[in-house]
Ligand binder design. Sequence first.
Ligand SMILES: [Zn+2]
Length: 87
Amino acid sequence: MEKEKYEILYIPICLSSSLPKTGWIQSCINCGHFTSKFIDFKEINCISKKKIFQIIICKDCCKTFKKDLKLQKKIYEYANDFINLYQ
Ligand SMILES: [Zn+2]
């Protein structure tokens, strides 16, 4: 069996802040509060690595997010734009 190094990259989709991009704490995509909560949004498989995009969203916004279709649409659009720009 071949043992290949398969890298998994976690990419946070959040508001820009001075926090390190790879840290556990990021700023909520909706309100900007610092949070460690996220939702897995999309996985993209490349040859040698997998990219997992995660939407950073705080506890309070997450509650609204689950009920509010307009907010879902807004955040998904933002996230898709982010991914398009990222690649
Ligand atoms: Zn929030």
